[in-house]
Write a protein that binds this ligand. Sequence first.
Ligand code: IFM
Length: 761
Amino acid sequence: MSEKWIYKIDDLKMDNEALLVNETIFHNANGYIGVRSNFEEGYPEGYDTIRGSYINGFYDITEMKQAEKLFGMAEEKETMLNVADGQTICVYLDGKKFSMFDGEVLSSSRWLDMQNGYTARKVLWKAPNGKEVDIEIRRMASFSHLQVFVIDYQVTPVNFSGEVIIESEHQGNVRNYCNPNDPRVAGESFQHLIPDHGVVENGASYLITNTVSSGLQVCTGVKNTISAGETETGEIVLEGHHAVQKFIIQAKQGEAVRFVKYMVFADSIRYQDAQTSAKDEMEAVSSVPLEQLYKEQREYLDKFWESSALEIDGDDALCAAVRYNAYQLIQSVGKDPYCDIAAKGLSGEGYEGHYFWDTEMYMQPFFTLTNPEVSKNLVEYRYSTLDKARENARILGHKKGAAYPWRTIRGRECSGYFPSGSAQYHISGDIAYSTVAYYLATGDLDFMAEKGAEIIFETARMWVDLGCWHKGTFQIHEVTGPDEYTCLVSNNYYTNLNAQYNLHWAVRLYKLLKEAGKLEPVAERIGLQESEIEEFEKAEKAMYLPYDEKLGINPQDDSFLNKAVWDFENTPKEDYPLLLHYHPMHIYRYQVCKQADTVLAHFIFEDAQDMETIRKSFAYYDKITTHDSSLSTCIYSIVASKLGLADKAYEYFGDSAKLDLFNTHQNTKDGIHTANMGGNYMAIVYGFGGFRLKESGAWFAPALPKQWDAYRFKLIYLGRHIQVVVNKEGTTFTLESGEPVQIHVYGEECLLENSLHFPLK
Ligand code: IFM
């Protein structure tokens, strides 16, 4: 790690594990496309590599084998596709191919520049015949031209003048990665894309492929350009679904040969004619100087960092890690309503490109507070799949409402294992929760009338249908909460609160929209009756929330505390994560949590309990949580902050900040952990900053970790741009733009006009 905008590694390790992890860490994405950071020249035989380029939301449908055909079980799933490989560029000196595994690597480094938006690799290489070249490769997924990926490849002869050959390939015959032994990636390899045809036009190759089952098409285009004195440019040779072009250059000692490879992607979900779109985009980008694309990239990121600045003084390495996490969020988030944020972003094939609750509860808060338009788009995406959620609810046996699928791309349920999949009903409440959060942060009632409220009414209907009345309380049975080591239970505390909040907001929005004269269209569209609102209110008020008098804590569910506690003392270190070493049913029989569940409820729905209960609950669950899920430590950090457990909060925060950069979960090769990255942002803003967004307004209770000199963040609240600086003297809130606004600081309501200062508490 070096300066604050750069994440850099020197003296690259060539062991297979490090290579795979770096393919992920240095991937390039822009929310539409993602390209793993594979070596252009490839790897020697026997090396495992995940060579992939992906389009957010572009999928095929594949069979999900269910050994026992129980009614309603998903028998098909959507899977994100590796669409084509345009990364290959090979450099030859006297017939000898440049390779990091051959000749001598005199120096090497890789870095990500988060201000300028590109990754780079620099190598000083000595060929076996003694010729030396300096190679610097920059790669960028453009934020201003979402369809475009560029490789800017420069070769400089160091100690000779003479022939350098460059060969560039465009490969359409690609497959997805698979690992039959890991439930977190696809189990089998399957050819999802069938070559349709290829064309060469205006110095570019275009490969058009069709998916096997989803009826979609993708066109990728590649155009190579070179700036060097004397060059013999070969024709593009297109054979089958593979194109290659060769350049013979008479290079001069000390003079860089600059080879620029443009790759464009167009899919038939977004573009009526994928081929025409790819060609148009190729013409548009390759006809302007590359410097223009770099400039636009910088402008985009300047704006992004301006609104989402997150800085820490006193720990540069941690500051860079936190910035890295925020950068991955903007790389991963979909920028149109056809997609969302996959659990691995666009960096790898883990979880097959599926979208989970990770978006709403871990990543969307970052966008809601710093980039509300992006947050709105995420709600739009869920709205676009609302019909599918209605269908899913019927499959699950609900007469009314919508139940969002646990994991999906276009809206169908893609979870094959329902106990820790479809049974996680809380995802519907999570989507309602983040829709409300968007409203609370923006006050955008029009959008709620148009789309948001429909999500909230339909999910509320589902809760009423799912729950049942027992001795005057409203209860929810046979669901799984966030903790995937405890499945199919009654009255999961988090789920019940989350349903209650959903019901509360259905009632609230009904009234708000009615008062504003905006209710009719949505009520008519879904046939919403006043009597249903009464039902929502009744269920909300009577929601059963488990509480254990003896321990003074909220049990995770009705039976949780009756189980034996997992034998942590005799569980060897190598048995973690437990899910890879123990049968699920064995795990389910014990008190052991994979991730924050009740503790998450104490953060999200903190007003449901007093501090004493939260303190006891935290202490209890802290001892029995393995954090085998990457969605856990960030939440423990936030609740530890709330409880004033500064050291614990900092320790958990550190674990979350470094998760991918240090590969602490051992599976970063399959992609980044985007939810953890969003959670890491929350651990600062909601944890140390004590921020909460509630119906009653914006609340802050900042603390300064003793390891830091200061930290700063910005947020947009009801259209106001607010900067928060916390240092040893206290906290300063500055209204950077917009009308004065009420905020709450340490429980006190105050008007932020210009700036406000509070000593630390
Ligand atoms: O959504 C999560 C879940 O909470 C834990 N298992 C992994 C999923 C995807 O990140």
